[in-house]
Design a protein around this ligand. Structure first.
Ligand code: SF4
Ligand code: SF4
Length: 324
C-alpha cells in the first residue's frame, strides 16, 4: 500500500480521487473540507419548530452533524459521491401518478448495499493509488449533513425543494461520503440554479416546503409513509394520494429532471418495482411482506406501516371507499 503523502499537491490528489470515483461507478464526485458547516442555528430552529416529527435521531449528535471532522480523528477531507437513479418506470407528475406508487430511490436493489460496495471499492483504490489513510464510509448511516456537504463539494446545489440538484443530471441521485485523513483540495460550491422558479413549492401536495429550502418533514408524504410509526393524520390523508411508499412530486415537476442524465445508471434488477397493487398490499401476511420487501430499501417501513399506507392509497384511489 502506498504511504500517505500529505505533502503531495492536494489538487493533484483530489483529481486522482475524483477520477477513481468515476472509474468505480459513481456519476459525480467532489471534495469538501472536513470543517464546521455553520448550520447549527438553522438545524436548532428547524428541530425546535417540530419539523423533524418523530425522527428523534435527528436531535442527536448535532455537534457531529455540523462538523464532519468530529466523526474521524485527524479528518481533513470529505469525498462526496453521487450516483444517479434510473429514470424509467412510473413518475409522480400530475396526471401520471399510478396507484401504489413507489418512490424512485427505493426501487430495485437496496441502494445502501450498492453504494457501500462502490464506496469501499473506491477506498481500496484510493489506498492503493493515492496513499494510506484513515477513512470512514457513510451511506445514510452516519450523522452527516450529506446534501450540505455535497453542495460544498460542488456536485450540485440545494434546490428550493431541499434536495441536491444538478444542471445536467437533475436531483434523482443517491449520495455517499468518505471522510478521510487525506489532504485533498476542496472544490468550489456550485451556484444556485433555481432562480425565480418555484414549481416544487407549488406542486407539493401537503405544502411541506414551508419556505424555499425549508422542509416541514412532518408534513412530507415521504415522512408520512416511511418514517411515521402512527396513523397518518386524517387531514393529510387525501394529499398522500395513491402513493404507497414515498413521493417524488417535488422532483418530477422540476425542470432539471425533465430529461434523464446522459450517464444514467444501469436499470437495477427488479427487486422492488415502481408500483404495487394497494389492495394486494392491504391483504399481505408476514410471508408476503418478506417476499416483496426483504432486502430492499423499503424495509424501513414495517408490515403494519405498509398496510396502513395501502389503506390510505385504496381510499384515495376510490373516493367512495373513504371514511366519512
Ligand atoms: S416529497 Fe412530496 S410531500 Fe415531500 S416535499 Fe416533496 S412533494 Fe412535498
Ligand atoms: S422545481 Fe424549480 S425551484 Fe424547485 S428545485 Fe427545481 S428549479 Fe429549483
Amino acid at each position: 500500500m502506498a504511504e500517505p503523502d500529505n505533502a503531495a499537491d492536494p489538487a493533484a490528489l483530489a483529481a486522482t480521487v475524483k477520477r477513481l470515483a468515476i472509474d468505480v461507478g459513481f456519476d459525480r464526485a467532489g471534495i469538501a473540507a472536513a470543517a464546521p458547516l455553520g448550520r447549527e442555528a438553522f438545524l436548532r430552529d428547524w428541530l425546535a419548530a417540530g419539523h423533524a416529527g418523530q425522527m428523534a435521531y435527528l436531535h442527536r449528535y448535532s455537534d457531529k452533524r455540523n462538523d464532519p471532522s468530529k466523526l474521524l480523528r485527524n479528518a481533513r477531507s470529505v469525498i462526496c459521491l453521487a450516483r444517479d437513479c434510473p429514470r424509467d418506470g412510473a413518475c409522480d407528475r400530475p396526471g401520471e401518478l399510478p396507484d401504489g406508487y413507489i418512490a424512485r430511490y427505493a426501487r430495485g436493489t437496496d441502494y445502501h448495499l450498492v453504494l457501500k460496495q462502490l464506496a469501499f471499492l473506491l477506498l481500496r483504490r484510493i489506498r492503493k493509488d493515492v496513499g494510506a489513510c484513515e477513512a470512514m464510509v457513510a451511506v445514510d448511516t452516519k450523522p452527516l449533513l450529506e446534501k450540505e456537504l455535497a453542495a460544498r463539494a460542488g456536485i450540485g446545489w440545494i434546490g428550493k425543494n431541499t434536495l441536491l440538484n444538478h444542471p445536467a443530471a437533475g436531483s434523482h441521485c443517491l449520495l455517499a461520503e468518505i471522510v478521510t485523513t487525506l489532504d485533498l483540495a476542496p472544490d468550489a460550491p456550485m451556484p444556485d440554479h433555481c432562480g425565480r422558479c418555484r414549481r416544487c413549492i407549488d406542486a407539493c401536495p401537503t405544502r411541506a416546503i414551508v419556505a424555499p429550502g425549508t422542509l416541514d418533514a412532518a408534513r412530507c408524504v415521504s415522512y408520512l409513509t416511511i418514517e411515521l410509526r402512527d396513523a397518518i393524520p386524517e387531514d393529510l390523508r387525501p394529499a398522500v394520494g395513491p402513493r404507497l411508499y414515498g413521493c417524488d412530486r417535488c422532483q418530477d415537476v422540476c425542470p432539471f429532471n425533465a430529461r434523464p442524465p446522459a450517464s444514467a445508471a444501469e436499470p437495477p434488477p427488479a427487486d422492488l418495482p415502481d408500483r404495487l397493487d394497494p389492495r394486494a398490499v392491504l391483504g399481505w401476511a408476514e410471508d408476503d411482506y418478506t417476499r416483496a420487501i426483504a432486502g430492499t430499501a423499503a424495509e424501513r417501513a414495517t408490515l403494519a406501516m405498509w398496510r396502513r399506507n395501502a389503506a390510505v392509497a385504496v381510499a384515495n384511489a376510490n373516493p367512495t371507499q373513504r371514511e366519512p
